[in-house]
Design a protein around this ligand. Structure first.
Ligand code: ADP
Length: 625
């Protein structure tokens, strides 16, 4: 990954494009956010100018002996108007904050939804991994999307402030041209020069800060390979009580400390950040110096004009105020625009993820709904390699799955059994060959309809820390009777009866103190009940029982055979004994289908892979027994 990503110089046009891109996205999320922001800031910036004008009016009124009634009326009206503006700006600001907060979370949800909807085949690809790392880093060294909101608000406020200064102080220009002496122009020139130098110095310190914050800090972290782990793993997973056992038994804190507190104490980690803070202080110093010079200079100019007798006391206050506000606002814009450009740049990675198009071909054909469940799947010369790998996980694989069939797939670990299931469900597309449903390439079907054909219990299935009923239906609403029946069929009936809250019982304790901890075997039963509840014509069991002893696995598999009924079922196991009841057994070896037949047929072939595996496993069980 390129460490200099955020520091590489970009043409101003590119910065402009980035800013427009993120602002358009924000506008798309909430089209009222910027108008509301503008109104709030307009009211906010109007207040100091109204105060300035009022002070000027009072001073001039006193020297011109204006009537007390008139002055009282003007002062009362102005004070009321100022109060109203302050109230409105505050009230609108709080509404704007609600919108900002909502958008902040919405933006987070967009990225999470994207990860959930992304082609499965891309989730663990190196490209997505790199993008995810980038997003974590980009959002860590800034305020995330809030950085865009805040710096945008800063730019808008300072621009309004400049416009206000010009409106309030415009008549000063006339005075200057009429009454400006050489010394006045000289002071003005010095003032301008001071501001230009200060802007240059502030930009220099700003660049230094970014360099230390984004570049040096990054490279230290990458050297240590700690960044993502420290924030992503240690930050999140330390809260997960399920991780606590191993950490205690193996005194894992030493390992964790390496990735957590040690990172923060690491001198190399702190040093660049301290330097960044130093540069920040430099920027602040020259900002304050320029502000002071602006104010002082502005007063000097108007005092010189006043001494020359060309300006009233009220106007002295008005022009000096407007002038110093103008310079202050200009300095603010100089600070805010690069900040906005950086904040926008830091969101490019997130936007790249959000705008990422799925690559898998999306078919449009509906899947024919058949009450007789007659669906036939054909693998025709299918070969497949995982993205970024050279080795074939499945090679020249051909087979047919006919309705109601019970097929077992056996073979050693890594022989391609799970891969075949993933291809069957179209989590990946094969590079060669084709998979057909009733003679039609599965790519041509609407994916969500095609997915409905399959119930799968994966090896690493996931149960959610939600109520049991919702886990079975994978939905917040469900048919309670059917859920109970499926749980009973999966041999979970007695356990369910013992649960006080029945189907509303939470699994695990993440979201409910009364949630239940379940054993590995119970989890498998729940996963099986979930597969049965789906009522799909194909039901696939991919070794979810690997952690069980062979007898328990055999029991689950034969029970599952009854549950599968007339459905087409595929059982995967590396234990041959579990699958011998199947009428058809496919033997996989190194990504290839090497044998196909019934247990009796296969075991009779003394030179076959099946016989070799059978002998090896039988010996093991005999020895154990
Ligand atoms: P089995 O289910 O028979 O144990 P798999 O189908 O899971 O075997 O794996 C077949 C081969 O593909 C193995 O060599 C495995 O390492 C590799 N493999 C599996 N999943 C991935 C993946 N996501 N990325 C890269 N290689 C993988």
């Amino acid at each position: 990954m390129n460490e200099d990503y955020l520091l590489k110089k970009l043409p101003i046009r590119e910065h402009g494009k980035n800013i427009v891109k993120i602002l358009k996205y924000v506008q798309g999320m909430d089209r009222y956010y910027f108008p509301v922001m503008a109104i709030s800031l307009l009211f906010k910036t109007a207040v100091p100018y109204m105060e300035l004008l009022l002070t000027a009016y009072i001073l001039d009124g006193i020297s011109a002996h204006t009537g007390i009634r008139e002055m009282f009326a003007v002062i009362t009206a102005s004070v009321l108007a100022i109060m109203l503006l302050q109230f409105l700006s505050g009230a609108i600001y709080h509404r704007m904050e609600v919108r900002r907060e909502q958008m902040y979370h919405l933006y987070e949800c967009e990225t999470q939804t994207k990860m959930l909807e992304m082609d499965f085949s891309r989730i663990d690809s190196p490209k997505i991994k790199e993008l995810k790392d980038r997003i974590i880093k980009d959002n860590n060294w800034g305020a995330g999307i809030n950085g865009v909101f805040w710096s945008c608000s800063g730019v808008m406020e300072h621009v309004f402030q400049m416009i206000g200064a010009v409106v309030v102080g415009i008549s000063a220009a006339g005075y200057l041209f009429h009454a400006g002496t050489v010394s006045v122009w000289l002071v003005m020139a010095v003032l301008l020069a001071v501001q230009v130098v200060s802007v240059c110095l502030r930009m220099y310190f700003g660049r230094q800060r970014d360099r230390w914050r984004y570049h040096e800090a990054y490279s230290v972290e990458e050297k240590e390979e700690i960044f993502c782990f420290a924030w992503d793993f240690a930050g999140q997973e330390s809260y997960n009580y399920k991780n606590g056992k191993d950490i205690r038994i193996y005194e894992g804190y030493d390992l964790m400390e390496r990735w957590t507190t040690e990172v923060l104490r690491h001198k190399g980690f702190r040093k660049p950040l301290l330097r960044a803070a130093g540069a920040d202080a430099g920027e602040a110093f020259f900002g304050a110096a320029a502000g002071g010079a602006a104010k002082g200079g502005a007063y000097l100019v108007v005092v010189m004009l006043a001494l020359a007798g060309t300006i009233t006391v009220g106007n002295v206050v008005r022009f000096a105020g407007a002038f110093s506000q103008l310079l202050e606002a200009a300095a603010g814009v100089v600070h805010d625009i690069p900040t906005l450009a950086m904040a926008a740049r830091q969101q490019l990675s997130t936007l790249a993820l959000i705008h990422m198009e799925n690559e898998m071909y999306q078919g449009k054909l509906p899947v024919e709904k058949r009450s007789d469940g007659v669906y036939r799947i054909t693998f025709r010369n299918v070969s497949f390699r995982y993205p970024g790998t050279e080795r074939y996980a499945l090679k020249n694989f051909s087979m047919e799955l006919t309705v109601g069939e019970k097929l077992a797939i056996v073979g050693m670990n890594g022989s391609g059994k799970t891969t075949m299931i993933k291809l069957l469900c179209r989590l990946y597309d094969p590079q060669e060959g084709e998979i057909l449903l009733n003679g039609v390439d599965i790519r041509k079907f609407k994916q969500e309809e095609y997915s409905r054909l399959f119930s799968v219990v994966f090896q690493d299935f996931t149960l959610y820390p939600f109520p049991l009923g919702q886990n079975i239906a994978v939905s917040r609403t469900y048919d309670g009777e059917l859920v109970r029946k499926c749980l009973a069929d999966a041999d979970f009936g007695a356990r369910l009866a013992a649960m006080e809250n029945g189907l509303d019982t939470y699994l695990y304790k993440d979201y409910d103190d009364e949630g239940v901890e379940i054993s590995g075997g119970e989890a498998q039963k729940i996963a099986i009940a979930r597969a049965v509840y789906k009522e799909a014509p194909f039901i696939l069991l991919d070794e979810p029982t690997a952690a069980l002893d062979p007898l328990a696995e055999y029991e689950i598999y034969s029970n599952f055979d009854k549950l599968a009924g007339t459905k087409t079922a595929v059982y995967i196991s590396h234990r041959l004994s579990s699958c011998r009841f199947c009428e058809k057994i496919a033997v996989f070896h190194e990504g290839e289908l090497v044998q196909l037949g019934s247990h009796e047929e296969l075991v009779a072939d003394k030179n076959g892979k099946y016989y070799e595996l059978w002998r090896a496993q039988a010996q093991y069980y005999e020895a154990e027994g």
